[in-house]
Design a protein around this ligand. Structure first.
Ligand code: ZN
Length: 388
């Protein structure tokens, strides 16, 4: 643990400020390289650019582990060894895919207006990678202490990290705090995120003529209606648990007792205990009519990221560092999930949202602040020194 002294902080501010234009240009280049989650060829090209850029900016990686994932962007882990001789490790998570389809830059190219840069992926989360790479380059050039950084680059975060989840877990489990370079929430880091599950309930009934046999058969629509009430009734907004049946379909005709109906539910929870409670509710669903049956499929996409004592302690250190750098760092808990959820579920301290400052994730106006980019790059260097 090394606190930078006033002279070091001044030198750090100066060195990052001197790289402002280069960083801005790097981010423009990176964002103009489109990397949609569903285009493997573009993802490959994007990843190749990132690796070249990191090699030029930070230097060659001490080790490189490639995890090919069919049909998605590959995951690559780079060990960026500490030149200062620190024995500590930090895991940095960066996804390089974006939600924007190829061709987006044709009518929405990256643009800069004063302090604001807009363009596909600049906020979520290309600024985070550029800030991290620049911060490592500056720290190393100034001879500041920093830990070894295990940088995990993944290309399927926006589609749920189905393919890269195992890599994220295996690499994070090697130890050390986990920093997620997703963008900040109105400048705040995220110390808690909800877990997300998507489930499908299918009811099977028995079709009969609704006029001739009003009491016969079994209605799948009736079953699903009861399921909707049961699931919505299981929400606990005080505990942060929501269940939303956002999609219902079923039946064939008004004069037929419905033979089939389904409900799709989005579940958000804040704790493992609530996750277990909702699982029990889903497992306990029973058909009301003995002739009907229910089947639940789907599952959890990401576990909750809880604000554990270890994460709270990491945040306190980060807040101290930010104070010395010259800004007040706040923390928030958010409903959306990220790859930080996987690391947190392993019991590791996680600080999420150490990337860009701006707004509009997944929206046509997503933007970052260039001053924020400089500020957070200084912050990351100072935080890494603290963790060295
Ligand atoms: Zn993201």
């Amino acid at each position: 643990m090394t606190q930078l002294d006033a002279d070091q902080l001044t030198a750090l501010h100066g060195a990052v400020e001197a790289r402002r234009d280069a960083m801005t240009a790097d981010l423009v280049t990176y964002a103009m390289l489109e990397t949609p989650s569903d285009d493997v060829a573009l993802l490959r090209a994007g990843l190749a650019w990132i690796e070249r850029w990191l090699a030029e900016t930070v230097g060659p990686a001490a080790d490189r582990r490639e995890h090919r994932v069919g049909g998605h962007g590959d995951a690559v882990t780079l060990d960026l060894a500490s030149p200062s001789g620190s024995a500590e490790w930090v895991t940095a998570l960066c996804h390089y895919d974006t939600v924007w389809p190829s061709g987006t830059t044709t009518d929405w190219p990256v643009a800069i207006d004063g302090d604001r840069m807009t363009g596909p992926g600049v906020f979520d989360m290309k600024s985070g990678l550029v800030q991290l790479g620049t911060s490592l380059a500056v720290s190393d050039a100034l001879g500041l202490p920093r830990p070894n950084v295990r940088l995990v680059l993944t290309g399927d975060e926006e589609t749920g990290s189905i393919a890269s989840r195992g890599v994220i877990e295996a690499e994070s489990a090697k130890g050390g705090p986990v920093l997620v370079f997703e963008s900040a929430a109105k400048g705040a880091v995220k110390t808690a995120r909800k877990g997300v599950g998507i489930f499908r309930v299918e009811a099977t009934g028995v079709e009969v003529h609704a006029g001739l046999h009003p009491a016969g058969g079994a209605s799948a629509v009736d079953e699903i209606a009861r399921v909707v009430l049961a699931l919505h009734g299981a929400a606990d907004h005080e505990a942060g648990t929501s269940l939303n049946v956002g999609l219902v379909e079923g039946g064939t005709r008004t004069n037929v007792r419905a033979g089939r109906a389904t409900a799709m539910v989005d579940v958000r929870i804040t704790s493992a205990a609530e996750m277990a409670r909702v699982e029990a509710v889903l497992a306990g669903l029973r058909a009301h009519d003995p002739l009907a049956s229910l089947r639940v499929t789907g599952g959890w996409n990401r576990p909750p990221m809880e604000r554990t004592p270890a994460t709270a302690a990491l945040f306190e250190r980060a807040r101290d560092v930010a104070g010395r750098v010259g800004f007040e760092l706040r923390e928030v808990s958010v409903g959306g999930a990220s790859d930080g959820n996987f690391a947190a579920a392993l019991g590791l301290p996680v600080l999420d949202g150490v990337g860009g400052v701006g707004g509009g994730a997944h929206a046509r106006h997503e933007w970052i602040s260039l001053d924020g980019m400089v500020e957070r790059t200084v912050f990351v260097s100072a935080l890494l020194a603290d963790l060295a």
